[in-house]
Design a protein around this ligand. Structure first.
Ligand code: NAD
Length: 430
């Protein structure tokens, strides 16, 4: 099938290459000419494992093309997938202006039946609104179906998540549209769940809100563990054996970040407010997360006292491992708090540190985890990159001004580090 994808960010580009890899002919369009120029040369402007290789492979097999000409991009495509950004506004509301701009541009060019998939995360009712916007802006009268098909991929494992999705949610009451979409998704052969557009739109928000709440729940339990001498790792493990609970998303740490959870929770709360509905649990999930992000600062002050004039190293800056995405990353809050308290900050991340340096030019970037800790009074492990498990901690200790480790992700072996002479503090550990 010929398929057009609008937006070549994390979701759009991964969707495009996976559909192309699966045998479709995919045209990827983006309003950002610079991005398209890079992609035409096989350069991926952000990091996602395996993505660069797949872009190169599909470019050379001719199954994918990148263009900034929308008319060319939609030519002969029965299916158009909209995957542009929906950040949150200052007041928390979802900003759907990129989606509206994209569909207005599309509407002017339509001249035959198209199924238009809204893959961007949008508030309930947006697909109906979009359908009206398209009809109002059409130059040629033709049939369209606007379908909600939210995306559940996770950065860091996006390609695997797309190729082997747990479920594909299709929100539409048009059998003709569902048939087209099913044909496109045949290669991904997973469970397809059909529902109304409104339910599909809400499934995405409800899923993210539930997962984020699970994280905040275990983080709150971790804080209680510290007060009563229990260990959250054991508590979570003991809970997880119950299949009704499960092990996933029960890792305590310094909170969630990223481009989805914080904004989608705020968006859902705002959508509730608009119709007089108060999402109490989701509000608390966000509140707990805000507290969680600055826990390392409190722990440091307990150990080091005044942080003014101290040097603190951060290991990991991206909001999670295997991505360079720092949107709403806890590292940003921690750096801001440390600088505010007069500390010098040294940082190391395998791929995200240039982005952080753009925001905080005063931080010192290390080449590796060793030169980052050199002369530091403490190190905070912020992101659980695999490589931090294999650090030579005797070397780390010899380089640090004080051997203090705040393990924000409970990644390291507490006992071993204490035996080496470190002051080790995890989150919710005994
Ligand atoms: N990133 C994730 O992990 C993830 C996961 C699931 C769902 N989502 C949702 O998917 C959507 C996209 O997220 P993302 O992280 O890929 O965003 P992104 O910001 O990385 O990419 C958006 C892309 O859209 C392009 N764009 C903006 N306006 C355009 C227009 N009018 N026409 C054409 N292109 C336009 C931008 O140039 C950019 O390349 C969001 O709604 C997000 O909530 C994201």
């Amino acid at each position: 099938m010929n398929i057009c994808v609008i937006g070549t960010g994390y979701v759009g580009l991964v969707t495009g290459v996976c559909l192309a890899k699966a045998g479709h002919k995919v045209n990827c369009y983006d309003i950002d000419q610079g991005k398209i120029n890079l992609l035409c040369k096989g350069v991926v402007p952000f990091y996602e494992p395996g993505l660069k290789e797949l872009v190169m492979e599909t470019l050379s097999s001719g199954t994918i093309e990148f263009t900034s000409d929308l008319l060319l991009a939609i030519e002969d495509c029965p299916l158009v997938i909209v995957a542009v950004g929906t950040p949150c506004r200052e007041n928390g509301e979802a900003d759907i202006s990129q989606v509206i701009a994209a569909v207005k541009d599309l509407a002017c060019l339509l001249n035959s039946y198209k199924v238009i998939i809204i893959k961007s995360t949008v508030p309930v009712g947006t697909c109906t609104y979009i359908e009206n916007v398209i009809r109002q802006n059409m130059k040629n009268c033709c049939k369209i179906d606007v379908v909600s098909n939210p995306e559940f991929l996770r950065e860091g494992s996006a390609i695997r998540d797309m190729l082997y999705a747990d479920r594909i949610v299709i929100g539409s009451d048009s059998q003709e549209a569902i048939k087209v979409i099913k044909e496109a998704y045949i290669p991904f052969g997973r469970l397809i769940f059909e529902t109304s557009r409104e339910s599909a739109e809400l499934i995405k928000y409800a899923s993210n809100a539930f997962l984020a709440t699970k994280i905040s729940f275990i983080n709150e339990m971790a804080s209680f563990c510290e007060k009563v001498g229990a260990d959250i790792k054991d508590v979570a493990k003991g809970m997880g054996f119950d299949p009704r609970i499960g092990f996933q998303f029960l890792k305590s740490g310094i909170g969630f970040g990223g481009s989805c959870f914080p904004k989608d929770l705020k968006g859902l709360i705002k959508a509730g407010e608009k119709i007089g509905y108060d999402f109490k649990i989701i509000k608390e999930a966000l509140n707990v997360n805000e507290i969680q992000k600055i826990i390392p600062i409190q722990k440091l002050r307990n150990i080091l006292g005044d942080l003014d004039g101290k040097t603190v190293a951060l290991w990991g800056l991206s909001f999670k491992p295997d991505t360079d995405d720092i949107r709403e990353a806890p590292s940003l809050d921690i750096i801001a708090a440390l600088l505010n308290k007069g500390a010098a900050v040294k940082v190391f991340d395998p791929i995200a540190q240039d982005k952080v340096k753009d925001i905080f030019p005063q931080v010192i970037s290390g080449q590796n985890c060793y030169d980052t800790v050199s002369g530091s009074h403490a190190v905070i492990l912020v992101t659980e990159w695999e490589e931090f498990k294999n650090v030579d901690f005797m070397k780390v200790k010899s380089l640090m001004a004080k051997p203090v480790i705040i393990d924000g992700r409970n990644l390291l072996d507490a006992q071993e580090l204490k035996e080496m002479g470190f002051v080790y503090l995890g989150i919710g550990r005994k």
